[in-house]
Design a protein around this ligand. Structure first.
Ligand code: NAD
Ligand code: IPM
Ligand code: MN
Length: 346
């Protein structure tokens, strides 16, 4: 199995290094090929997603991605910015379904920003649409007739895009506790009214799944009020982005949340939900567990190695049970020491 390793910028290479150590220690027998992406690729090759990197991503059985983003690149034209690399990979490879599991490890109740009695029982998956929405609509800066600068970004979904992610949501719920909450802003947005209409149509295929609907502002409040009420949330690209960072703190840290970006084949891109964290890059402070858990998702969803995935997830739980904590979790362990702790538990 060929894995495309795309470490990227900031803490990306630091957390990817630990995930590779864990995959090797688990005896997965994978072949890795590394390519530059993001700001690192722009600086080396003049483009955040060089053709050779995209080619490797296409050839590989799965992609393990770190993070992109570099403050030195923030003034570039948008199409050259590091973030275009991850957007381009998701779009070019048709990876439309983003699974973001939010689970509170038993030993991390003290790291959650929620009271332990509220945090207990958080176990949900946010199914985020990844190929459409305001991310990919027409966008520009222009000047109004009055001479004012104006920025605009078109938000849209067509029914085909909604239908396929709705199926992902229902199937994810069916394989879990059978509850799906569709999150939208149908009280204001036409994009969301279509979303809601199509989700209701698709529900006819899943009589065994209990469907509910929630406005996104309420959903943000409910995730903090009582996260255990949620099993699976299905939502659009922008709302899913925001809600998953929010939910991560309920589970202890943004450094804990993995993700899988999938199409309808076994191909997938796996990455932590966090970014390149320029504020802590190069200091050994990054929590590698989100990336290690992303590697476990890769084994499960793309490589048919569920047993190894289970072992790695159990080793993460074991490391946390033994008291391993990076600074984001209230400890003092560095990134490599956390990798050591997982390998020791393995
Ligand atoms: P961020 O997720 O990089 O960081 C937010 C905060 O969380 C920071 O204080 C950071 O130190 C902390 N943090 C993040 N990951 C951590 C980890 N593993 N361990 C410990 N602490 C961690 O978000 P940001 O600061 O808004 O963005 C920084 C850059 O990353 C930007 O360029 C942004 O566009 C990019 N970004 C990329 C991705 C991606 O590659 N998929 C995702 C999000 C943000
Ligand atoms: C994420 C990130 C990306 C997104 C950015 C970097 C384009 O925030 O993966 O969550 O908004 O999807
Ligand atoms: Mn995000």
């Amino acid at each position: 199995m060929l894995i495309a390793l795309l470490p990227g910028d900031g803490i990306g290479p630091e957390v990817i290094a630990q995930a590779v150590r864990v995959l090797d220690a688990a005896g997965c027998g994978l072949t890795f090929e590394t390519a530059p992406v993001g700001g690192a690729a722009y600086k080396a090759a003049g483009h955040p997603l060089p053709a050779s990197t995209l080619d490797l991503a296409r050839r590989a059985d799965a992609i393990l991605f770190g993070a992109v983003g570099d403050p030195e690149c923030d003034a570039l034209e948008r199409h050259l910015r590091p973030e275009q690399a991850i957007l381009g990979l998701r779009k070019e490879l048709g990876l439309f379904a983003n699974l973001r599991p939010v689970k509170l490890f038993a030993d991390l109740a003290d790291a959650s920003t929620l009271r332990p009695d509220v945090a207990r029982g958080i176990d949900m998956v946010i199914v985020r649409e990844l190929n459409g929405d305001v991310y990919f609509g027409e966008k520009a800066m222009r000047t109004t007739p009055e001479g004012l600068r104006e920025g605009y970004d078109v938000m849209s979904y067509d029914e085909g895009e909604v239908r396929r992610i709705a199926h992902s949501g229902f199937q994810t719920a069916r394989a879990r506790r059978g509850k799906l909450c569709s999150v939208d802003k149908a009280n204001v947005l036409e994009t969301s009214q279509l979303w809601r209409d199509v989700v209701i149509e698709v529900a006819a295929d899943y009589p065994d799944v209990a469907l509910s609907h929630m406005y996104v502002d309420n959903a943000a409040m409910q995730i903090v009020r009582d996260p255990a009420q949620f099993d699976v949330i299905v939502t659009g690209n922008l709302f899913g982005d925001i809600l998953s960072d929010l939910a991560s703190m309920c589970a202890g840290s943004i450094g804990m949340l993995p993700s899988a970006a999938l199409d309808t084949s076994s191909k997938g891109l796996y990455e932590p939900i966090h970014g390149s964290a320029p504020d802590i890059a190069g200091q050994g402070k990054a929590n590698p567990l989100a990336t290690i858990l992303s590697a476990a998702m890769m084994l499960r969803y793309s490589l048919d190695m569920a047993e190894a995935a289970d072992r790695i997830e159990a080793a993460v739980a074991g490391a946390l049970a033994s008291g391993a904590r990076t600074p984001d979790l209230g400890g003092a362990m560095d990134t490599a020491a956390m990798g050591d702790a997982v390998i020791a538990a393995l």
